[in-house]
Ligand binder design. Sequence first.
Ligand SMILES: [Fe+2]
Ligand SMILES: [Fe+2]
Length: 352
Amino acid sequence: MTDEGLIFGLHHVTLVTSNEQLNRKFYTEVLGLKRVKLSVNQDDVYHRHLFYADDPQKGNAITFFEWPELPNGMIGLGSPHHLSYEVDSVDALLRWRGWLSSKGVPSSDLVARDERVSTYLRDPDGVIVEITTDNVEKLSDGYVSSLKAEPAPALSPDMKLSSFNHASPLSRDPETTARFLEKVLGLKRSYSRPNVDQEGGSVVGVGNDTRPDFLRYLSAKNARRGYVGIGNIHHIAMGVAGDEEQLRVLRTLEHRGVRNSGVIDRFWFHSLYFRDPDGNLLEVATKTPGYTVDEPSETLGSRLVLPTWLEPRRSEIQNALDKEDRSNPLRWPPSSYPPVPDPAEQTMVAIA
Ligand SMILES: [Fe+2]
Ligand SMILES: [Fe+2]
């Protein structure tokens, strides 16, 4: 059964950070997002779970598990490559480059790919973040890469990172993965294009009518298995309107024999987890109840909030977090940032 339009797009993307304060400073002071939730990982309650968004009502939160003891992760099968935010214009991208530079954050020259223009950067933990726009005339790659960063003393409204454009996992066989997502989620394979950064590789866009490629699978035929650690994507969550729609997904997964977590109450939304054929962890999350169910929108993210079932353990949890903080002091600003990602890095990932 095809559930057209069941999945509205990305709901959140969850990654791993080494340090809560480092993470907060980067995502709020450099990328201009608001922290919309400060909580703990419900499956590992002595570690924090941090949520940031431009507007929590719109969804599209980037969230982090704080796991300082993990090694750095490695991109590969099961450990997605990057995530991408969209802005309205090339001009906004050039000012992003100027703003990032003023904060000491390297970013790539603009690159033109498939009728869109992007710059890439890494957060202090090494996460690859793309900022992209499709508001481009026919611009040659040579012309685009010659454009210079423009000074930006502050983040202007058109630079806001209010919406994800896509997330990019790797797949040994993206066509099979696209068929899997069509069957279990009613998504559509929108295109398959040559990956200009990887000879013989392809990019397969999967999405819905409104957002045809919020998942952009990168083919990596001989890819090694990655592992999730600091600086990597842990899972990618897509959104459904509510519980009824989520149950339809659950029934389809069960009907097709896809192993899944069942519906889990995450307090601010309900979650359902499963893996794609390459082992990338995917989630289907409900839009409701939302981040304001337990704190007012004006003060979202300012204090540690716990789901009701963890409240009785608050002091024990706080003590564990305090203890971890003492052994994991803030290093800000970072003495250096990880090098700017090279789009051709995907080629390296593909070598088994
Ligand atoms: Fe991308
Ligand atoms: Fe999630």
